[in-house]
Design a protein around this ligand. Sequence first.
Ligand code: BMA
Length: 830
Amino acid sequence: MPVLSLSSAAWHFRDAATQRWLPATVPGCVHTDLVAAKKIPDPFFGTNELGLQWIEERDWEYRGTFSVPPALLSDEVVELVADGLDTVATVTLNGTEVARTDNMFVGFRWPVKSRLRPGRNEIVVRFESAMKYVRANSSFTPPREINDPVGGCVRIRKQQCQFGWDWGPRFVTAGIWRDLRLESWTANRLEAVRVTQHHDSDGTVALSLAPETARPADGLTFHASLKLAGKEVAQAYFGRAEAGQRILSVKDPQRWWPAGQGAQPLYDLTVTALDAAGQARGSVHHRIGLRTIALDRSADQWGECFRFLVNGRPVFLKGANWIPAHSFVAGLTRRDYERDLRAAAAANMNCVRVWGGGIYEHEAFHDLCDELGLLVWQDFMFSCTLYPGDERFLANVRREADYQVRRLRHRASIALWCGNNEIPGLNPESAEGELKKGYEAVFHEVLPQAVQALDGVTPYWPSSPWRGRFERSHENGEKSGDTHFWDVWHARHPVKDYEKWSFRFVSEFGMQSYASPETNATFCPTHEGNVFGPAMENHQKNRAGNQIILDYVSRRYRFPRTQKDLIYLSQLNQAHCMQVGVEHYRRLMPRCMGAIYWQLNDCWPVASWSSIEFTGHWKALHFAARRFFAPALVTAHVPGDEKPTIGNYRETTVDEVHLYTVFDGPAPRSARLRWELWRLDGRRLAARSRAVKLVPGESVRHETVAVRPHMDKHGRDHLYVRLILESNGETLSEQSVFLTSPRFLALPAGAPRVTAKAVSPNEIDLTFVAPVFLHAVDCNVRGLHASLSDNFFDLYPKVPRTIRVTLPRPTSTKTLLARLRTHSLVDSFA
Ligand code: BMA
């Protein structure tokens, strides 16, 4: 079918109140176009955000001129297709209005043949200020939400976090944010194909195919072909009468699995509509994975389970929450998603939650999730506040849900449709009449109906968190549903409180840290880089953020020497908190079947809960995540705690260390569990090892190490326990356990000896050997844009540790060693 992309048209834009047109990019948005035209400075730099708020108050016009080839006009229908307009737009073609839109999350298709002419044409898209729209539609006033600085941004179906969030700036933009094109066809057009999989008991997978056409499909036949790695494995012709029935059958199917459970084979399905003369009337191509996904909520000994079954196998979901990859999402491509999604998979994650205050992500995002085996918990884009429920709004939501469900339902990685983020926390059930009705209508009628009618297989869950009814006590989170746990961080509870609760599934919990000095330098000149100064404060969007970081850092570490050390400690603290949470949730398996921390990525350079900085730099947390999400994990539960008594005397209730293995690999394996008790000055006091069997889905407590006698004799400030899980000489998992807060530890000073060995022009192995125990060694290779296979690791006395450094360009070992700086916890205060 002929297509004319309008991205390559000659585009200009202007403030609608002025006459001056400037060059524009489509897809794009007004902020990035203003930057490109040098009309505004870098919006992320310093406090520039504050001076750019005028942009949201203006109306903006985009004008494109393009030439229509006569062939396009010879078809019966020509449609203008807009995959995304942000947001209140009036579209005009050659001077005549085509349509008005008010939903950024819907793709549109308008017949425009009569308005086009051969040769030169002009399209104008005028965007009304979203702020004006919000004010004009003031009949609905939601109860104020903390992340809605505007008040009422929910009246418009637009990426909510553009209005500001507790990790994101306020840039209420406008623009043609996704692809825009002309498509022409005659007689009929195949629009979509609904694919339903049937996994039969003999192992065969059958696909039923339901084509959806622009006009009634009278007289059409369809051809379906399924290929794996370019080789056809099934094909068939079918008629309208067989639509929705089993069309293709795959005898020896290769199943798609989430990362860590198996491979991700993707089959190419192509369905073509043919008319009586055999002429193609449109074709749809999907890459699909053969798998079943179910949300199991059956009754069990604890209440009601909440676990995902993939191909019938229970899978513990390990992952992080995903926010928009950039403050300006317009025109993002695969490259923009690849870095962080690959990093998620590299950190042993098998899932991401697309959080409901952002956007429905780009096809490229979902391609990558399918390829990498990252299950997607897909929120609908509603978050943290109550929404209108009038007919006009509901119709708009219905259109949006229809569009998005049809767009994404075939994806191998789509595991769940979730109605919203955190709205039940605002007590919609006890809200005033209209608010309550609106809530019920959107999340218990319109959205589930769309999922049921258009997908029919993927489960729907009304909110995250949700328990099957309106209630959100921690006690009930131990029985059913999913939980967001923010006692640690927002309520400043002790980190140990993670271990207080036996939740069924935890879809949010988090701890902030500062981004690295390198990332901060991208928006802040060093002399203005004080974390409490105006530029850095503007890049800390949680009002209490700095205090809370300092609070938790001070509970665990000594007063840092420099701001760099503070940044390092904030990252160690964040990694520690998430480790405590995740390892607890994993030890609880199978009672708990998911741990999704807040948050994977950033949309600009900022202090936040992310494990990957905006620049792609991995924080200590991301390296820790790779360890605590490893399929075979050795983990310790240390019952008791150290607390100050009156007079600030330290008292501990710690007596024992309980050693567990947790395993969620696909097949059993044998391993050896070792522990060693060491004095920090280098004397080994005790050691033990035992053979263990790692069984999929099992968390097993193997050993109790009685540490109290050693604590009494040597003092807990002088001890650490080293844990190792190994198999055939390979370390599967390893960590150090302290019996007091690290700030009290008598850490020996020392630096590692480093040797380098080139493995390939772009890869160098670094081997570290330290004379003494060093905690959380941070290796920094300045300016080389290197990626490290591990970092923030412990070195044990005289035990070599090798990491691989991958460099974007060929680099000599000499250059690398010259750039390398290492420091460890002891250096942050010594
Ligand atoms: C959550 C999220 C976000 C927020 C985060 C940190 O509950 O859903 O709204 O950014 O906490 O406060």
